[in-house]
Design a protein around this ligand. Structure first.
Ligand code: NAD
Length: 321
């Protein structure tokens, strides 16, 4: 199958591309290679992907609609998995415009390209952040998402609503996937696991928001990838061909326990600076994963102990400790 993956040099895009290349699919990847975090990490992910003969990379921004439209048309691509976005809740407090450009205007381009090329299935990344402070757990897809706490969450909720209208008006089969705190090897340096590990190793102080008392449904990257792959050939057959699914681990862990696990595997204590809850952050996430399980058989397999162990093993090797 020919598949376009946007954000292929990113954390999830890299793992997804690699998995699909191993399954003999032809992957067309695009990424603007921005400097939101260490560009070497993105370059090194790309280096691995470029070893596959059926991987074709184009460096471009999703704001360059005509370029991507041509790329999709010429290569007769029928599946798009859209992961390129400005990620991160905290960064959206200071730089909302970056989120507006990439996540809303850029997303509009992806919808137009999908419509123009009669894409069989557009799959795109949403987030657990759309649930805001909704406090009935586990979180189900039909719960209210009208109160995003950050502009990042607002941009992703906007994507879901925009896609629904394209599914309705143009019969574009599309699926929103609400990812819950993804972690694992080659993960994002702006996220807790990476930051905590790096700080503990370098004897640096960790800023621990809400004193580590919030809860997250931490989801190991392999489970996320399995979840995405499980629905590629399963676009909605409803009158409005649109679906929303949570992809999470299906359990919730306290951040301080997560940190304890990191300390255990590094065999070293963290130096902690306790801070109040960060603006825009939610107190708890916990995914109900039954909808996706019924639809495609999705099950999560990796608990935080094994997931953190795998990450630390990768980190120590990658940074040559
Ligand atoms: N990692 C998580 O825990 C998590 C949770 C929920 C949702 N998500 C969503 O999943 C998707 C992938 O996340 P990730 O963790 O891999 O993030 P990432 O930042 O590692 O990957 C995103 C990639 O998109 C690229 N990109 C950004 N803006 C672009 C633009 N305008 N044009 C072209 N490329 C652009 C970046 O260079 C990057 O390589 C994002 O949409 C993110 O919002 C991630």
């Amino acid at each position: 199958m020919k598949i376009l993956i946007t954000g292929c040099a990113g954390f999830i895009g890299f793992h997804l591309s690699k998995t699909l290349l191993k399954k003999n699919h032809i992957i067309f990847g695009i990424d603007n290679m921005n400097q939101y975090y260490d560009i070497n990490l993105k370059n090194n992910r790309l280096k691995i992907l470029k070893k596959y003969k059926s991987f074709f990379f184009k460096r471009c921004d999703i704001l360059e609609k005509n370029k991507i439209n041509k790329f999709v048309k010429i290569n007769k691509i029928k599946i798009i998995i859209h992961l390129a976005a400005q990620a991160g809740v905290r960064h959206s407090i200071n730089k909302p415009k970056e989120y507006f450009k990439s996540n809303i205007e850029g997303f509009f381009n992806i919808l137009e390209i999908s419509k123009n090329n009669k894409i069989n299935h557009l799959i795109f990344a949403s987030t657990s952040s759309v649930y805001g402070d909704y406090n009935k757990f586990p979180l189900k897809e039909n719960y209210n998402t009208d109160n995003p706490l950050s502009f990042y969450a607002a941009s992703k909720k906007t994507n879901e609503v925009m896609a629904y209208s394209y599914s309705n008006i143009y019969s574009l089969p599309s699926t929103a996937l609400r990812f819950f705190t993804v972690y694992g090897p080659y993960g994002r340096p702006d996220m807790a696991l990476f930051k905590f590990t790096k700080s503990i190793i370098n004897n640096e102080t960790i800023d621990l928001y809400n004193s580590g008392k919030h809860f997250r449904d931490f989801t190991y990257i392999d489970d996320i990838i399995k979840g995405i792959v499980s629905i590629i050939n399963k676009p909605s057959k409803d009158k409005v061909p649109f679906n929303i699914f949570n992809i999470g681990n299906g359990s919730s862990s306290k951040l301080s326990i997560y940190l304890k696990n990191i300390e255990t595997f590094l065999n070293k204590k963290a130096i902690i600076n306790k801070l109040p809850l960060q603006l825009g952050d939610v107190i708890k996430t916990h995914a109900d994963i039954n909808k996706l399980n019924k639809y495609s058989g999705y099950k999560s397999k990796t608990n935080i102990k094994n997931g953190i162990k795998n990450f630390i093993k990768w980190y120590l090797k990658y940074y040559k400790f």
